[in-house]
Design a protein around this ligand. Structure first.
Ligand code: ADE
Length: 243
């Protein structure tokens, strides 16, 4: 999959993709990342890309010309053009999975300053937000979208690592432990060192259900639970009621 990221701050994007799993994904050709500097796409003096809001008001607004030029410099027939903005559809794991399967080329435009000229919307397929808060710019949002898609692509991380991720089937992940088995008197659950796979899996599924019940009960309504899961939830409800 290819990502083209249109930004005023190429170094910000570059530093993130030069480390860890994303760096390896690029080296293995699982993804290709093209960073497009918006300032290279203006024809105005001093590389100007923004101007005052018409009608008055504070803050600088991204002009349409450099943004549309930048889109046109990388857009292909199969490209999805995304503008990161707090006004967009909220990004989530389900969308990350769909995009990882569906698209070959995603263009991510990092919004900045007070906003962008409304006419830019005629050149984008959709706006995406990473949550109900306002960032100083869209770079972090673009990185979030790139990162969450990339880790789901074949060969980037072991399938076992994400198959039971938080939010898969609308459940949070179970608690995990590593060595030492006894840390300052707090022992890791014995079942995890028992070698009994079925019991370990039962413990983990109950851990997912307990975590979701305690931390994100809103998700439980959307998850598909079997009879054993539902019985365990009833037990958790009863224990909570007994307290
Ligand atoms: N730009 C500013 N805030 C944002 C948000 N919440 N999501 C995506 N892009 C943004």
């Amino acid at each position: 999959m290819k990502f083209s990221i249109i930004t005023l701050f190429p170094n910000l994007i570059n530093s993130y993709i030069s480390e860890s799993i994303i760096k390896r994904a690029i080296e293995k050709n699982s993804i290709d990342v093209e960073i497009i500097d918006l300032r290279n796409h203006t024809t105005l003096k001093h590389n100007q890309v923004d101007d005052y809001q018409l009608g008055g008001g504070k803050g600088m607004v991204l002009m349409p010309e450099p943004v549309v030029n930048a889109i046109e410099s990388c857009k292909k027939e199969n490209s999805l053009v995304v503008l990161t903005s707090p006004q967009g559809q909220t990004w989530n794991q389900n969308l990350a999975r769909q995009y990882s399967l569906k698209y070959e080329h995603i263009i991510l435009i990092c919004g900045h300053y007070e906003g962008f000229d409304e006419r830019i919307l005629d050149y984008v397929d959709l706006e995406l937000s990473i949550g109900d808060y306002v960032l100083t710019g869209g770079e972090i949002a673009s990185i979030v979208i790139l990162d969450s898609i990339t880790r789901l692509l074949d060969g980037v991380i072991a399938k076992d690592s994400y198959i039971n991720d938080s939010f898969e089937n609308n459940l949070l992940d179970h608690p995990v432990y590593t060595k030492p088995i006894n840390f300052r008197g707090k022992k890791a659950p014995e079942v995890l060192t028992s070698g009994h796979h079925a019991n370990v899996e039962k413990y983990r599924q109950e851990g997912r259900l307990r975590n979701t019940f305690n931390k994100r009960p809103d998700l439980l309504e959307k998850s598909e639970l079997n009879k054993l899961d539902l019985e365990f939830i009833e037990k958790l409800k009863k224990m909570k009621g007994d307290k």
